[in-house]
Ligand binder design. Structure first.
Ligand code: GTP
Length: 603
């Protein structure tokens, strides 16, 4: 395929506006998949968790052929996720595109992520094709939505295509627009090979499979290629296109997007944004990608400590398909050996846990999410703390100040909920920056509220509350807004004076009492009674903020057993030994590992 017959494009939209459905229709109309839509439902959403939750987690790529006025075009679609946590993957996939379909739901209109993905695409100089979807819905009001788009997004109303991805109306206009409006890639095939690795996955048999966007030159089986980043050499075993399944081809040419299997064994070798060249023909590496930044951290531990090696291996495999998770080893007195993982957000964390459980059959305990803090010490030394256990004590006089990450949040909501949203923001230690209206004069006016919030407030139940208090109508997005000084303390939970390290948390001054009470109560519910009294305390430094007591078991319930038969006694001891393995000790208190599981899962 000559470059001028190639179009590389993505679909960007707010969650649920119909990206995957449109992708299916495009694949059908070009004959890439058969028209039996019940069988092909959302072929691009491959992962089970994506199907279950109806959200796209990982960007998937597919190539299709399209005949148009006696010419065949090669269209490469890069499907992108739509959730706020995965904005980074959207940016990553846009780097391989020259155009993007910006999809807006004809009944819902412009939403928080519509704005963020639009700006990301604009920033990258990607040609935007505006599309209004779901015009078949009774509540659809395409004219109003188009007016909204032109008012907020600098879009020419005459360029907007009206479609229904569900019924198929207007899909051929979309294909036409891709060919007419998206510029072909500017690539030089007679130049030295320059390939950009923009995604990777893991195959049990072939190892790492990388997705390449070929900027210059060509690549085929037998080539020896070198990574600019690691200088490691690889032998190309197979190249191909995603059609939408992997389909081997003889050669991949510049301008194309395809997969490359080369004897890459380790997940850590596939660096997103790395440039590859042919051995002996070095090139300048391309500008690379912005590294993903973990916003939420949590410890992950196996329920049975013996499973740690298996858990670690599973995590290693999964991080290959999701490069945005950061991993470090962690050990806890209460929970044993585990890993501390960094995620882009809480949904990202949930999805990762579900994938761990689905794909690797791993039962895991995940500690409460925490955000990274910045500590300023005397002598202008700055330390970053991603685990609450490492947060300094209040009496540490070398600390000048502690800072927490802030976000700039955008909430889009029908006018009548604006007051509720402002209350919600202020009850989460946030402040309004401004609010204005997306479309004035209409009956269903929408307001856009911009505010500053501590990230730690956003990563807990903020999103749930936002949906609840707006009857599901509010949409929400946030971006990093740097660090700010804050009155924060490390709260420890103690059992008879012994701290439980895995439950350490950092709390704001204004929440100390409330959170202390909630957690001591929670612990009281899950800790089994012991032969002695147990004091549960929430402390800051040496000061107790809240306390609960579990009274002792009156009578030794096992006493009767020892008078019994020898065999029965043996059996009992055997069983006790089994369950002891799974018990954790905090001081002299035996805790079933499941207690942690329960306490960390209840909200
Ligand atoms: P994410 O990938 O998770 O961001 O979602 P998405 O944007 O891919 O949305 P998806 O294609 O999963 O569609 C969301 C819902 O809207 C599904 O229930 C679709 O059936 C429905 N839908 C998509 N397009 C149309 C349409 O044109 N008309 C109607 N009525 N429903 C549609």
């Amino acid at each position: 395929f000559p470059c001028d017959k190639i179009r590389n494009f993505g679909i960007i939209a707010h969650i649920d506006h119909g990206k995957s459905t449109l992708a299916d229709r495009l694949l059908e109309l070009t004959g890439t998949i058969s028209k039996n839509s019940s069988e092909n439902k959302q072929v691009l959403d491959k992962l089970k968790v994506e199907r279950e939750r109806g959200i796209t987690v990982k960007a998937q790529t597919a190539s299709m052929l399209m005949d148009h006025s006696d010419t065949t075009y090669l269209l490469n679609l890069i499907d992108t996720p739509g959730h706020v946590d995965f904005a980074w993957e959207v940016l990553r996939s846009l780097t391989a595109c020259q155009g993007a379909l910006l999809l807006v739901d004809a009944s819902q209109g412009v939403q928080a992520q519509t704005l963020s993905v639009y700006h990301a695409a604009k920033e990258r100089g990607v040609k935007i094709i505006p599309v209004v979807n779901k015009i078949d819905l009774p509540a659809a009001d395409p004219e109003r939505i188009i007016a909204q788009m032109s008012a907020t997004l600098d879009i020419d109303p005459s360029e907007v295509i009206r479609i229904s991805a569900k019924t198929g109306i207007g899909i051929s206009n979309v294909l036409q627009a891709i060919i007419d409006r998206v510029p072909p890639p500017t690539a030089q095939r007679d130049q030295k090979l320059k390939g950009l690795l923009f995604d990777s996955s893991y195959d049990r048999y072939r190892g790492v499979i990388s997705l390449f966007s070929l900027q210059d030159g060509q690549i085929k089986k037998g080539d020896k290629i070198i990574s600019c980043h690691t200088k490691k050499r690889y032998d190309v075993m197979e190249v191909g296109v995603m059609n939408p399944e992997e389909t081997p081809v003889g050669t991949l040419y510049a301008g194309q997007v395809g997969y490359v299997a080369c004897n890459m064994k380790q997940s850590s070798e596939a660096h997103i944004g790395d440039t590859f060249y042919r051995m002996g023909e070095p090139v300048e590496p391309m500008g690379g990608f912005k590294q993903s930044k973990a916003m939420v951290y949590a410890g992950v531990f196996p329920v049975d400590s013996n499973d740690f090696p298996k858990l670690e291996e599973s995590i290693e495999r999964l991080t290959l398909t999701d490069r945005s998770v950061s991993v470090q080893r962690e050990s806890s007195a209460a929970l044993g050996q585990g890993c501390r993982l960094g995620f882009l957000g809480t949904l990202h964390m949930d999805v990762f846990r579900q994938r761990l459980e689905d794909e690797y059959d791993a039962n895991v305990i995940i500690t409460s999410p925490s955000v990274p803090y910045e500590i300023l010490y005397r002598g202008n030394k700055i330390k970053h703390v991603s685990n609450p256990v490492d947060f300094p004590d209040p009496h540490d006089h070398t600390v000048i100040e502690v800072r927490e990450p802030m976000v700039k949040a955008t909430i889009i909501v029908p006018d009548e909920y604006l007051g509720d949203m402002m209350d919600l923001v202020s009850s989460h230690r946030g402040s309004d920056i401004e609010h204005k209206y997306l479309d004035t004069g209409s009956t269903a006016a929408r307001a856009i509220l911009t505010s500053m919030l501590p990230l730690s407030e956003v990563v807990t139940d903020f999103f749930d509350k936002l949906k609840q208090r707006s009857s599901g109508f509010a949409s929400f997005d946030y971006e990093d807004a740097g660090y700010m000084q804050s009155d924060l303390y490390k709260m420890m939970l103690q059992l008879n004076g012994k701290p439980i390290d895995a439950l350490a948390m950092v709390v704001h001054k204004s929440n100390v009492q409330k959170i202390g009470r909630i957690w001591t109560k929670k612990l009281k519910e899950v800790i089994p009674r012991q032969l002695f009294e147990v004091a549960i305390q929430a402390t800051i430094g040496s000061k107790v903020q809240s306390r609960e007591t579990i009274s002792a078991i009156r009578k030794d319930v096992t006493a009767g057993l020892y008078g019994g038969h020898y065999e029965r006694k043996l059996k009992h001891l055997e069983r006790q030994k089994e369950s002891k393995k799974k018990m954790k000790k905090v001081g002299n208190i035996q805790l079933p590992q499941e207690a942690f599981y329960d306490i960390l899962r209840t909200k």
